[in-house]
Write a protein that binds this ligand. Structure first.
Ligand code: LLP
Length: 453
């Protein structure tokens, strides 16, 4: 089994390491990242789509060591800022396997990408086409580019809605709007093809996040192929010889709570290949490569956050019910997803002397003798929205000093961490085959003064 698991002795271990021991040595809050889990998810995507066609979305979580793992697994890397690009370079990530994203890349970021020789720059606006052409011309370079399409499919957690999502900052619309005789996407392609220092290598689409069904991806794939066909009609195959990739973005959902069923990777890849093949055949086009950009689905599942329980407070709700506020030593500065997106997490009591398990979601799985109490795990920040897990059942005899583990915190938790209330950012340790090593050290009090001049 991957990720943190409780052994027959009742002890929560991840990659064979007793998490109590990790908390003891590294302190809490602590991110514990299972390296083999991360790598095996890379390998699954690689097997399904072809390694270099899988761009790990660095925004989910990146540090130098993780960039090295991604490189070793043969994947490509999606970066969306000069900062992420710098980490990739520090890891000596092969530049031709890096793609740069962003709706407002600076001239410096574009220049860095051209100088490094990235394999793709995903263009997002007319301004940017001109800006990148100027940057590349100045360097006498040719920049490989993809055009980001707004395909009118937006998928978010269990639902996708076709059309009506033109009204957003990303990409070129594929629909003709207002007085325009055709779409911004076709006009963008015209300008790119006319630019002497840009080479059109792909079309890109990203439809949303935490997606559990294939329909949104399928609709996007059909629409992207339609644009490819329109481009062929207008410009001819010879002028589009370098356009060989359709990047369908990221967004593959993960199970945050027991019972959630993520998409199967081989099945999604099969499905998308079949659609693209069919649509291309119908339009008389060569079949391009399909690329994807998973972040959460690679980094998310294999990490747990360990917290120490501090104060516990019961608030009567009336009718004999009460809610228990269990405060931990981190909160919205290390996981803002609950307050920002109403995200749900699975929290477990890490084994302690009583070895009594947490009871999940009131699902009836209470171990003998457990007395679950409706609880809310909250942080230590100075605001009431600082919630880590909104509703959960924890044992009645939970006590200050107990350890809690929140699952699936590998994506967009550390990456979105802040120093709010001057809490130190937690450390991140990687565990593998019974051993652990620190990837990112915990911030110290000294670090609080780092930026003061
Ligand atoms: N590609 C592009 C162009 C993206 O914008 C994103 C995510 C990804 C790939 C990776 O998506 P993933 O596979 O990780 O879902 N902070 C939010 C998620 C925002 C994602 C933004 N873009 C969260 O915590 O849920």
């Amino acid at each position: 089994p991957r990720g943190a698991a409780r052994g027959t002795d009742g002890v929560l271990r991840t990659a064979g390491v007793d998490v109590r021991d990790l908390a003891g040595r590294h302190g809490t809050p602590l991110f514990v990242l299972d390296e083999d889990d991360f790598r095996s998810r890379c390998a699954e995507f690689a097997a399904a789509f072809g390694a270099s066609s899988v761009h790990y979305a660095a925004k989910a979580f990146l540090c130098t060591e993780v960039a090295r793992w991604v490189a070793e697994e043969g994947l490509s890397l999606d970066v969306c800022s000069g900062g992420e690009l710098a980490v990739a370079q520090r890891a000596a990530f092969p530049p031709e396997r890096i793609a740069l994203h962003g709706n407002n890349k600076s001239v410096e970021e574009l220049a860095a990408a051209v100088d490094v020789g990235v394999g793709g720059i995903v263009l997002d606006s007319f301004d940017e086409i001109a800006r990148l052409e100027a940057v590349a011309a100045e360097r006498g370079a040719t920049a490989p580019v993809l055009i980001r399409l707004t395909v009118g499919v937006e998928a978010h957690t269990h639902e996708y809605i076709a059309t009506a999502h033109e009204d957003q900052k990303f990409g070129f619309s594929i629909a003709a709007a207002g007085d325009a005789k055709d779409s911004a996407a076709l006009e963008a392609a015209r300008r790119v093809l006319a630019a002497r220092h840009l080479e059109l290598v792909g079309l890109h689409s990203h439809i949303g996040s935490q997606i559990f069904d294939t329909e949104g991806f399928e609709a996007a794939a059909r629409r992207v192929v339609k644009v490819l066909a329109d481009l062929h009609t207008e410009h001819g195959a010879d002028n589009l010889a370098a356009l060989r990739t359709l990047d369908l973005g990221g967004g593959i959902g993960i199970a945050y709570r027991p019972g959630e069923a993520p998409l199967s990777m081989p099945a999604l890849a099969e499905e998308l290949r079949a659609i693209v093949k069919r649509e291309c055949a119908a339009a008389g086009l060569d079949v391009p490569a399909i690329a994807v950009e998973p972040g959460r689905a690679i980094a998310g599942p294999g990490t747990v956050t360990l917290y120490e329980v501090g104060t516990i407070k019961d608030v009567p709700l009336g009718g004999g019910y009460s809610r228990r506020y269990v405060s931990v030593d981190g909160g919205m500065s290390d996981n803002i997803r609950t307050s920002l997106y109403d995200a749900e997490y699975d929290v477990r009591l890490v084994s302690r002397s009583s070895e009594r398990d947490a009871v999940q979601g009131g699902a009836g799985g209470a171990p003998d003798g457990a007395e679950p109490v409706l609880s809310r795990v909250v942080g230590k920040h100075c605001e009431s929205g600082d919630i880590v897990v909104r509703d959960c059942w924890l044992p009645a005899d939970l006590a200050p000093g107990d350890l809690l583990a929140v699952a699936a915190t590998g994506a967009y938790c550390y990456a979105m961490a802040s120093g709010y209330n001057r809490l130190p950012r937690p450390a991140v340790v990687a565990v593998r085959e019974g051993a652990d090593r620190t990837l990112l050290r915990r911030e110290t009090l000294e670090d609080q003064f780092r930026f003061e001049v």
